[in-house]
Design a protein around this ligand. Structure first.
Ligand code: ADP
Ligand code: F6P
Length: 483
């Protein structure tokens, strides 16, 4: 029986050694959380990096690592410390990530990083080829592995290869600044189907291909040599029922108790009954607009002082890519901003911003989603943003308002949210006020429309449609152009 192999830089589990004891944690990030349910229900394997450096894993520990990964139907591509520095922190996260998110000033093109990126993509291809059989499907994910489709095709043309990009695809003007633009496109064109979250990203990609490569493009099909490559948009969904059911469970549980996390926030105590909670959840990443969000909240409190002591921003940021200098700078900036606003505005009984720099277990995340009145998802650039969809899925009581940045891919499908430009503090501050004052009936109507769409186009359907389109793409014969 043919199988589907998922391939991504990060596996759904993240391994660490704590005093020689192996700790297995769920990975954060949209790719891992989204694909996890697709993987657990399928019969295939997932190939990727475990989060450990090869140097940390002795022969005895390797057995333990392999066992832990086998339980999750995962196979690792071992990476050395040098690979992690140059391929992961280097080319992937100091060149491609900022470039594709329009942070050109942060983009560093270094030959050593590129060399390592090529080598690690080859390492991935080698492990995949050891596990793939003719007729199998390989689904490669994201910007860390742009060269893998072509490497696989060269070695085994009898497999079906899909590629999906989880981040934005930038405009041609930006993409051409990359010294290895040709190689990157060549790598992606090894796939039979290339998917993006939105139609805009498809457009930008086709524009780059048509200007850089000598190919024929008709609508969303690229004629390349003797092959047809299809390109399309597939807006990624979430495991809607998982979030919705967890919220329903949480409601039952809260009848007689409250979770430790909310207790620690001490939010439900008498003096705070009138108080409203605004939630913000992301990886600590400069694309997520965290400083702008804090500044908009500060602007809101200064413009509408009647809300002082009546509303709190609970900001959860999970540590991410801490070895990259721009992420360290963002962390410092966030700490300072939170310190400044709390220092200036706090009273004895009220702290405006509650800031947590850590990852939370699933039930605490649900607790926060359920307990908040408003969610602010205001990235300055984001491929999709699944937090916006998770928040909507957890609203079980017909209330809750989402403030969503127009720069997130999710805004293309979530029109009933309050859509803002995250660089416009005044507009965002006004949206906070609108959200807090929105009549219950309007909240209910907006939520109903959002929930209907998000529950229908969930992650299972997203993966199903991608894989169906991939099969069609593989079987498409090239059109013979009449001479
Ligand atoms: P990205 O892929 O850029 O990280 P997404 O919003 O698409 O952004 O996905 C983020 C995922 O990580 C979501 O599933 C969210 O629930 C999860 N997540 C974000 N912050 C935390 C946190 N502090 N603790 C646990 N999970 C988190
Ligand atoms: O969704 C975008 C993405 O970059 C994924 O590729 C990645 O797994 C996730 O965000 C988290 O980033 P990282 O794997 O670098 O921690």
């Amino acid at each position: 029986m043919n199988k589907t192999i998922i391939v991504s830089n990060r596996l759904p589990v993240d391994l660490k050694f704590d005093d020689e004891k192996l700790v297995v944690k769920s990975s954060t990030g949209g790719l891992a959380t989204g694909m996890k349910s697709v993987h657990s229900e399928g019969n295939g394997i997932w190939i990727g990096w475990s989060g450990l450096a090869q140097e940390e894993v002795s022969e005895e520990l390797q057995v333990e690592v392999d066992e832990a990964l086998a339980k999750e139907k995962c196979i690792q591509v071992p990476l050395t410390n040098a690979d992690i520095d140059n391929y992961y922190h280097g080319f992937s996260n100091s060149a491609l990530w900022p470039l594709f998110h329009y942070f050109q000033a942060y983009t560093e093109f270094e030959w050593n990083h590129w060399k390592s990126y090529v080598e690690v993509n080859e390492k991935f291809a080698k492990v995949i080829l050891e596990h793939v059989n003719d007729g199998d499907t390989v689904w490669v994910h994201d910007y860390q592995l742009l060269l893998v489709p072509e490497l696989l095709r060269k070695s085994n043309p009898n497999i079906t290869i899909g590629f999906f990009l989880h981040i934005p695809y930038p405009s041609y003007e930006l993409f051409i600044t990359c010294p290895w633009r040709n190689e990157l496109l060549q790598g992606m064109l090894g796939a039979d189907l290339i998917g993006f979250h939105t139609y805009d990203y498809v457009r930008h990609f086709l524009s780059s291909v048509s200007r850089i490569k000598d190919v024929e493009i008709s609508f969303n099909e690229i004629s390349y040599g003797n092959r047809i490559i299809k390109v399309d948009s597939f807006p990624m969904g979430i495991d809607y029922n998982r979030y919705h059911d967890a919220a329903l469970e949480h409601d039952k549980y809260l009848e007689d108790s409250k979770s430790d996390f909310m207790k620690s926030l001490d939010f439900h105590n008498k003096s705070n009954e009138e108080s409203k909670l605004i939630l913000s959840i992301d990886r600590m990443d400069y694309t997520k607009g965290i400083p702008n969000r804090i500044k908009s909240f500060e602007y809101f409190l200064n413009k509408y002082p009647e809300y002082k002591e009546k509303v709190r921003l609970v900001m959860l940021a999970v540590p991410s890519r801490e070895n990259v200098p721009q992420y360290q700078k963002l962390k410092r900036e966030t700490d300072e901003l939170v310190g400044r606003i709390n220092g200036q505005l706090s009273t004895i009984s009220w702290t405006p911003v509650w800031y947590f720099y850590r990852s939370l277990p699933f039930h605490d995340l649900i607790d926060l989603y359920v307990s908040s009145d408003v969610a602010m998802v205001t990235p300055v650039r984001d491929g999709m943003n699944l937090v916006a969809k998770e928040y909507i899925a957890t609203r079980t009581k017909e209330n809750g308002v989402l403030i969503l940045s127009e720069m997130a891919g999710a805004a293309k499908e979530m029109h009933e949210a309050l859509i803002v430009n995250p660089n416009n503090f005044e507009q965002t501050a006004d949206a906070i006020k609108t959200a807090l004052e929105m009549p219950q009936e309007e909240q209910k109507e907006r939520l109903a429309a959002l929930q209907k769409r998000i529950s229908r186009y969930d992650v299972e359907r997203w993966a199903g449609e991608f894989l169906k389109a991939l099969e069609v793409a593989k079987n498409t014969e090239p059109i013979q152009v009449a001479k």
